[in-house]
Ligand binder design. Structure first.
Ligand SMILES: [Zn+2]
Length: 246
C-alpha cells in the first residue's frame, strides 16, 4: 500500500489550531485558520466576510483537496442528494462594491438604505447573540423610511432588496447552490458553509495525527513531542514501515 502524500500543513500546526479554537465560535475559528495560512487576521476582520471564506477555502485545498463534498436532503421526497463543489473556483468569486445607497419604492413611499457588506469582525461581534441577525443588520444598514425617519423596521420587500444587494456585493458571504433532486426532480437549495467544511477537515486531520502518534509511540516508544518533531515525510515513512511490519 502506498503512503498518502504528505500534507504541506505540519501536524503540530493542526493540533495547535484545534487546541486554540476549542469551544470558539466558527467565525473566530475561521480567523485562526486564515492566520495559519499566513493571512493577516486583523485585515480580514475588517474585510467583507467573503474574503475570510475565501481564505478558509484556500486552507481546505492545502489541507485536503479543493473538492467540497456534502449531502442535502430533498425537501420534497426526503431523498439524499449528493453534491460536490470546487473550492478553488468558488474562491475566485467576488463582488464589486462593498457599500452603497439603495432606493426602494414601495406603495407606502420611498425607502432609502445606506448599506455596507458585513465584515468578519461584524460577525464576530454578534456571534452567540440571540438577536444576531437583527444586530448584524443594524450594524451594516441605515434605513430611512418614506417620512425621512431612521428605523430598524423595514417592510419585508425592502429587507428582501437589501439582502439581494448584499448577496450580490459579497457573493461568498453566503454560498447556496441550486441542485436538482435525482429522484423527484425538485429544486433543492444547499447552503454551503465554507467554515464548517474546513473545520471538518481540521478535525479529521487531528484524528489522523493522533492515530499516527499512537502508532509510532507504540512501535518505537517515542513521545508525542518526538513524533511531532519529525517532518511530515519522515513520519509517513516510519508509519509505512510500522504498517508493513504489522
Ligand atoms: Zn426529491
Amino acid at each position: 500500500m502506498a503512503a498518502a502524500a504528505a500534507s504541506p500543513v505540519r501536524a503540530q500546526t493542526i493540533l495547535d489550531l484545534a487546541d486554540a479554537a476549542q469551544g470558539e465560535a466558527p467565525i473566530l475559528r475561521a480567523l485562526r485558520v486564515a492566520a495559519a495560512v499566513g493571512e493577516d487576521p486583523a485585515a480580514l476582520r475588517d474585510a467583507p466576510l467573503g474574503r475570510l471564506h475565501a481564505a478558509t477555502l484556500g486552507f481546505h485545498t492545502v489541507l485536503a483537496s479543493p473538492s467540497l463534498e456534502a449531502v442535502v436532503t430533498c425537501p420534497s421526497c426526503a431523498s439524499i442528494v449528493e453534491f460536490a463543489l470546487d473550492a478553488d473556483s468558488l474562491r475566485g468569486v467576488s463582488g464589486e462594491a462593498t457599500s452603497g445607497e439603495l432606493t426602494v419604492p414601495t406603495d407606502g413611499g420611498i425607502w432609502r438604505v445606506h448599506w455596507r457588506v458585513p465584515t468578519a469582525g461584524d460577525l464576530a461581534e454578534v456571534a452567540g447573540r440571540t438577536d444576531a441577525a437583527a444586530a448584524l443588520f443594524a450594524r451594516c444598514c441605515a434605513v430611512t423610511g418614506p417620512g425621512g425617519e431612521g428605523t430598524a423596521d423595514a417592510p419585508a420587500d425592502v429587507v428582501e432588496r437589501i439582502e439581494a444587494t448584499l448577496a450580490d456585493a459579497d457573493p461568498l458571504a453566503e454560498v447556496t447552490v441550486r441542485l436538482e433532486c435525482p429522484e423527484c426532480s425538485a429544486d433543492v437549495d444547499a447552503d454551503v458553509d465554507p467554515i464548517a467544511f474546513v473545520w471538518r477537515e481540521v478535525e479529521s486531520r487531528v484524528q489522523r495525527v493522533l492515530r499516527d502518534v499512537d502508532a509510532l509511540a507504540r512501535a518505537y516508544g517515542w513521545t508525542e513531542a518526538e513524533v511531532l518533531a519529525l517532518s511530515e515525510q519522515r513520519r509517513a515513512a516510519y508509519l509505512e514501515i510500522v504498517r508493513e511490519g504489522a
